[in-house]
Design a binder for this molecule. Structure first.
Ligand code: NDP
Length: 491
């Protein structure tokens, strides 16, 4: 197996892996650097796939499809299980890559490995369960016919993933796609592609046949060419809402099936009866995990007037105590942003918010070791106006806003005052209030008194501008299948 990042000299990722073969370009062709997010140093280079390579990758997946889609679910179950085991066995190297490329703290990098392995394991289980693929007999009002409902693989799937949870968002797509019998062309983010190359190698090592999983490197232009290819049947995309709209437009041309996991502007609500220590811990996790680079960031924090001062005092202590540093040591709680460009984008948005009236209540601190990389201290803004950019736009960085409210209805109105609808968190000791919030908040997933727990059994996806469709769970598998019916004369 190629070991991309542990070599002493900078690595060079191939432009594509097509039917099991790494494809390198002419040395004069475009390559872009991969950085160590904690130091800013260039640790490797990647070539970008050419239009011919993108076409060849799609054709390889198309050629592999008839055989792969007719493998038995139990064969696919064994392969998925094997992938999960190999990910676990490779935990150290995968975590090290995550830490180096994304700057994730050790516990977050490890969590990503666990999540990816658990996802493959879960879909192995669904494949092994004979009921998942068994045709269902329908009850019809006419006994002269019998009816059957069944599911078939959609076909060739283009999987496009961002940089914030590489390997995780990728596993959420690859595992159900393979389980369903689809073949794949994967396009990782150009900022974090080494981890996806490793995952592709693991999948090959597990015994998945050549051509079933192909990979093309590059940026948005490569993604756009992939989504426009006529032999792609399904696109699953995670990223910004702006790019998601372009993907949906490209899909419309051939009526390709789409699943879109897009942005969010989610709320965390602290009721007057909340355990404040827990509320603060959930607020810190919701806003500053992965340096706030989460579609699920609950960075609009709504706090009841009665406990606002107490919450803010405890929140300030907690935010000032966040250890922001390169990923060495278990005490590191927050790493850098993924790139210089992302930090500039976040800082520009913060400056715009402040210039238009938002005021910074307090900030965290940067460790002395943060001088070189793409670090930014956590920032908390108090009582921004509802039309301030920090309250309305997805920041995708370590910036949280806190606002007070007086009634549950006011909190719900403020929380729902967004065209996104991904997640929400409610902190309350009152089960009736929790039930009320659960039904009233416009969100695909509501956490009540829990951190942002994610299980492969629980579907992920949002309302409105947060996307279309669901990943994970049985619905995640079904999104790579076509629902079909057959009616047969019973006589
Ligand atoms: P993008 O949405 O641009 O990127 C997501 C993925 O899509 C990447 O692999 C990207 O390639 C690719 N891509 C970009 N344009 C197209 C296109 N037209 N057709 C097909 N694929 C395309 O996000 P960015 O990385 O540029 O981040 C910008 C902002 O988006 C962030 O600051 C954040 O606000 C938000 N974002 C939201 C995410 C979420 O999960 N909700 C995830 C990531 C970002 P490449 O990056 O290699 O150029």
């Amino acid at each position: 197996m190629t070991t991309y990042i542990t070599e002493d000299k900078p690595f060079k990722l191939p432009a594509a892996t097509i039917a099991g073969h790494a494809k390198h370009n002419d040395p004069s062709a475009t390559s872009t650097p991969i950085h160590n997010a904690s130091t800013g140093a260039i640790i490797g280079w990647q070539e970008h796939a050419t239009a011919e390579q993108i076409d060849a990758a799609v054709r390889a997946a198309h050629t592999a499809l008839p055989t792969w889609r007719t493998t038995t679910p139990s064969t696919r179950a064994k392969l998925l299980k094997k992938i999960a085991e190999l990910i676990e066995a490779d935990r150290e190297r995968l975590s090290a890559t995550q830490m180096q490329v994304s700057g994730k703290p050790p516990f977050e990098a490890n969590l990503d490995v666990s999540d990816a392995a658990a996802t493959f394991d879960y879909y192995a289980g669904l494949c092994a369960d004979t009921t998942t693929f068994a045709p269902e007999q329908l009850k019809l009002p006419d006994d002269t016919v019998t009816g059957e409902r069944y599911y078939e693989a959609v076909g060739v799937a283009a999987l496009i993933v961002p940089w914030n949870f590489p390997m995780v968002t990728t596993a959420w797509k690859i595992a159900p796609a393979l389980a369903a019998g689809c073949t794949i062309v994967l396009k990782p983010s150009e900022f974090t592609s080494p981890i996806e190359h490793m995952l592709a190698e693991i999948i090959a090592e597990a015994g998945v046949p050549d051509g079933v999983v192909n990979l093309v490197n590059g940026g948005g232009a490569v993604g756009a060419q992939l989504t426009a290819h006529p032999l792609i049947d399904k696109i699953s995309f995670t990223g910004s809402t702006a790019s998601g709209k372009k993907v949906m437009q490209a899909a419309a041309q051939d009526m390709k099936r789409v699943t879109l996991e897009l942005g969010g502007k989610s709320a965390l609500i602290v009721r007057a009866d909340a355990d404040i220590e827990r509320a603060v811990s959930l607020a810190v996790g919701g806003a500053f995990t992965n340096a706030g680079q989460m579609c699920s960031a609950t960075a609009r924090i709504l706090v009841h007037d009665d406990v606002y001062r107490k919450f803010m005092a405890a929140f300030e202590t907690a935010v000032r105590a966040i250890v922001v540093a390169p990923p060495a040591g278990d005490d590191v709680a927050m790493g850098p942003l993924v790139s210089a460009a992302q930090r500039e984008r976040v800082q520009a948005l913060l400056a715009q918010g402040v210039e238009t009236g938002a005021s910074v209540a307090f900030c965290g601190q940067l460790d002395t070791a943060c001088a070189q990389g793409f670090f930014m201290a956590p920032v908390v803004v108090a009582e921004p106006a509802v039309d301030n950019v920090l309250w309305t736009e997805e920041v995708f960085g370590p910036v949280a806003c806190v606002k007070s409210f007086r009634t549950d209805e006011e909190a719900i109105t403020l929380a729902n005052d967004t065209r996104y609808g991904l997640v929400a968190t409610v902190v309350t000791a009152d089960p009736d209030a929790a039930r009320h919030y659960k039904t009233q908040l416009r969100a695909g997933l509501v956490w009540i008194n829990t951190p942002q727990l994610i299980f492969p059994q629980v579907c992920w996806g949002g309302l409105g501008l947060s996307g279309i469709g669901r990943e994970l769970g049985l619905a995640g598998l079904r999104s790579y299948q076509e629902l079909r019916h057959a009616l047969t004369d019973a006589n």
